[in-house]
Design a protein around this ligand. Sequence first.
Ligand SMILES: O=P(O)(O)OC[C@H]1O[C@H](OP(=O)(O)OP(=O)(O)O)[C@H](O)[C@@H]1O
Length: 187
Amino acid sequence: MHPELSKRLISRFRWIDPDPTGPHLVSDGSGWWRDPDILRRIGPALAAPYRTAAPTVVLAPEVAGLLLGPLVAVALGAGFVPAHKDGRAGSDPRRIAGPTTWADTAPDHRGRVLRLGVRDDRLGPGDRVLLVDDWVSTGAQLRALYELIAARGAEPVGAAAVVADCPPELARELRLTALLDAAQLDN
Ligand SMILES: O=P(O)(O)OC[C@H]1O[C@H](OP(=O)(O)OP(=O)(O)O)[C@H](O)[C@@H]1O
């Protein structure tokens, strides 16, 4: 769909090894944000499959979603709402001002169980919601976000991510479109 952008995303991506004694490499997408061409094109590319669905708002989780979500929202002429992640080391749940709806995640790709929260006055009936994230693995965050949308009486239109690191059946269930499959980042 976006062959030039896909090539560029692959070339700017790195796996890094933060702990040589640890079992996992960690994805490093910081090169994406450093590239002006990617920064300009990634929002419209993620938004493209959802233009006719006319979302009113993009909902995206911390941390990368706080950058990607607004890029997609601008491309769609929609608003943006952050989903707060609680349970992160050092997080302070008191920082969220006002009543907030929470949803627990299943264990995610790191085995963590988190809570995702959205402020009640930022999402409600009449909203058509597009979910956005940089990476989808187990789908734990997206499932919790769909729960939040339902709890707020809003309507989901689907989900857009840079990388789908999940089986196609799960992507279909999550109504997920992605710019890359994780297998393209193997080298
Ligand atoms: O499909 P899942 O298993 O739910 O995983 C997807 C999540 O993993 C990444 O966040 P991560 O927690 O690694 O980093 P962050 O909290 O710093 O954004 C990514 O940004 C997604 O939010």
